[in-house]
Design a protein around this ligand. Structure first.
Ligand code: ATR
Length: 274
């Protein structure tokens, strides 16, 4: 019987996950179906349980249900515990529901493997302190950056995250103004500002020579953050399309124990964007 998977969210219409997983399945010869399913707000658990009770093998979970998925899982991976959210659910052979978060691995693998970069010993700045940032901090810190600064419009939220992750490395928090005079080797934009075409109010001159900038968002056009980065002299700008495909690949691996080749899938999606 064909194993069935789905991505669930609200809204879900524009999800690229079905195309990504179809490409992975074809490439690796896996017999599976993967749909995009709109879940009603307020009823995540009933709908997810119904999917698994009907024999569904795994779900990708997107906005706004990642916290609901975290609560639903019987067993959480360590990185999902840290992230406080789950983007991948799997029905185990023991009938337990396993929850994982592959976003952090997606981001770091995109920077390391696809862009041949490094986080080790780098001065890293992360912009934002919402769910997207919380989801990736542990994996960034596992790469041993020299330091990690979390800057956010609401400083108290950045401080809460810095305190929560302090056991994993040198993490501090501040507002955007306080960045003036500091230099960073890698700046990662995890604010929702780019969704509205907004830019956090960043001081000039915070990019070190040869610094890289990464926007977790992506689009057909260069993001406002990456335009800012280029004007500030960034040596390289990257967007979140590779992260999207890499987090999907990690989910696929969790479910199927096969690692797909992400490069052709990223290239195909990139071509379809423009
Ligand atoms: P997500 O799940 O995408 O992280 P979130 O948890 O609502 O969404 O967090 C949104 C993040 O984007 C927050 O860090 C938010 O800053 P505040 O904590 O101060 O609200 C940030 N953000 C959203 N719009 C912004 C803007 N126009 N300028 C700067 N930061 C913005």
């Amino acid at each position: 019987m064909t194993d069935s998977y789905a991505v669930v969210g609200n809204p879900i219409g524009h999800s690229k996950s079905p195309a990504i997983h179809a490409a992975f399945a074809e490439q690796t010869g896996q017999d599976l179906s993967y749909d995009a399913t709109l879940f009603e707000l307020e009823h995540f658990a009933e709908q997810a349980n119904a999917f698994f009770n009907a024999g569904g093998k795994g779900l990708n979970v997107t906005v706004p249900f990642k916290l609901d998925a975290w609560q639903l899982a019987d067993v959480l991976s360590n990185r999902a515990k840290r992230a406080g959210s789950v983007n991948t659910l799997m029905q185990g052979k023991d009938d337990k529901i396993y929850g994982d978060n592959t976003d952090g691995v997606g981001l770091v693998r995109d920077i390391l493997a696809n862009h041949r970069g490094s986080l080790a010993d780098k001065r890293v700045l992360v912009l934002g302190a919402g769910g997207a940032v919380r989801g990736v901090l542990a994996i960034i810190l596992a790469e041993n950056p020299q330091s990690l600064v979390i800057a956010n419009r609401t400083v108290s939220k950045a401080q809460t995250l810095a305190d929560e992750f302090a056991d994993l490395g040198r993490v501090s928090a501040c507002g955007f103004d306080a960045l003036a005079g500091q230099k960073f080797d890698l700046v990662i934009n995890g604010t929702a500002a780019s969704l509205q075409g907004d830019l956090p109010p960043l001081p000039d001159g915070i990019l070190a020579a040869d610094s890289w900038c990464y926007d977790m968002m992506y689009g057909a056009q260069e993001t406002v953050f990456n335009t800012w980065a280029r004007h500030q002299g960034a040596a390289k700008t990257m967007d979140g399309l590779g992260m999207l495909v890499e987090q999907a690949a990690e989910s696929f691996f969790m479910w199927r124990h096969v690692k797909p080749d992400t490069a052709p899938v990223i290239a195909k999606l990139r071509a379809q964007l423009s």
